[in-house]
Design a protein around this ligand. Structure first.
Ligand SMILES: [Zn+2]
Length: 198
């Protein structure tokens, strides 16, 4: 019943997480009310984000530069490497502003049942980096899950013969909950109360 182009816009919004019919309609109408300049910026940012954002060759995090701004920031400590499972976790922890080391993003977590093995999550890249950059501590911040545990234990095992301290963020983070839904205080406490990986 909507004109075709409007229906197309509504359908496009529905691809986004948590957006149902009603919200999609509201968004489409709001967009039509925007002035020309704002709508151009909006449309352009959608078109360019995909082409300008890529993985940082050092940490695997998202950036629109050659190397990300965290990897090239000389004021950040090189003692601690914070290992996460997804690029968005970097932004989440950066927002808290309590960590001043470097990050490394894995390509997911080990999950033998799903056929995801250590080589699939690019652990080699992490190990190369540890060898080169001489960290003292590795903090593992995976969401609490069997996959997170498996990955933590695997990393601990392959680094057993090194002097590296390997810790993981505390269990204040509830099982099965996505990191982005955890409030800043819980996350901060989980980081401060970190413990050794067994
Ligand atoms: Zn980087």
């Amino acid at each position: 019943m909507y004109p075709k182009s409007l229906q197309q816009l509504i359908d496009s919004f529905k691809y986004l997480p948590g957006i149902g019919d009603k919200t999609a309609e509201r968004m489409a109408f709001a967009l039509m009310d925007m002035d020309e300049e704002r709508i151009n910026t909006f449309a352009n940012s959608i078109l360019t984000v995909k082409e300008s954002i890529h993985r940082c060759p050092i940490c695997n995090g998202l950036t629109d530069l050659d190397k990300c701004s965290i990897c090239t920031d000389k004021s950040r400590s090189n003692d601690t490497l914070f290992v996460v499972e997804e690029p968005k976790s970097v932004f989440l922890f950066e927002k808290l502003g309590i960590f001043n080391g470097k990050y490394h993003v894995l390509n997911g977590l080990i999950s033998p049942l799903d056929g995801i093995n250590p080589e699939d999550i690019e652990l080699d890249k992490l190990l190369d980096r540890i060898k080169k950059e001489k960290y003292k501590e590795l903090i593992l911040a995976f969401k609490p899950s069997i996959e997170g545990e498996t990955t933590s234990r695997y990393i601990k095992r392959i680094l057993e013969d090194t002097d590296l301290t390997i810790t993981k963020i505390a269990n204040g983070v509830p099982m099965g909950v996505d990191m982005e839904y955890i409030d800043a205080m819980t996350l901060e406490r989980a980081l401060l109360d970190r413990k050794d990986v067994e």
